[in-house]
Design a protein around this ligand. Structure first.
Ligand SMILES: [Zn+2]
Length: 128
């Protein structure tokens, strides 16, 4: 009786930790994407599915985004941290199309499918 109860409590604690972890990463990526004017939906989905691994494409996209700041009005290349063009004062729109998140999701999904397919195939071959 007691062992079962302890086992159940451990399981609930583990499950709670897992859910809290998921919520933290999903919400974290949502707010980070929103603050940086990135595609919130793409990054929230990526955060939900890949949690900590989303950091890889996230920092890549952020770096790419900040290095490609160009003034749409005069064509000047102000420093990435500027919100307004240093030459003409136009508001700079930093752009992220969420493509990095989608690509990373597809790559991880593809690798997972390939891994499962290979495992299934191998177990099928060796069971003959
Ligand atoms: Zn300008």
């Amino acid at each position: 009786m007691w062992t079962m109860l302890v086992g159940m409590m451990t399981w609930f604690f583990f499950l709670g930790f897992l859910i809290a972890w998921k919520i933290a990463f999903t919400a974290g990526f949502y707010f980070a994407a929103r603050r940086n004017k990135m595609k919130t939906v793409h990054w929230t989905v990526a955060g939900l599915l890949l949690d900590i691994w989303t950091l890889i494409p996230y920092f890549y996209a952020k770096k790419k985004m900040s290095s490609s700041v160009k003034c749409g009005n005069c064509g000047a290349m102000p420093s990435p941290q500027d919100s307004f063009c240093t030459l003409c004062g136009t508001k700079l729109e930093k752009y992220d199309d969420g493509r990095t998140a989608v690509r990373f999701l597809l790559a991880v999904g593809g690798a997972y499918v390939a891994f499962v397919a290979t495992g299934t195939l191998l177990s099928f071959i060796f069971s003959l």
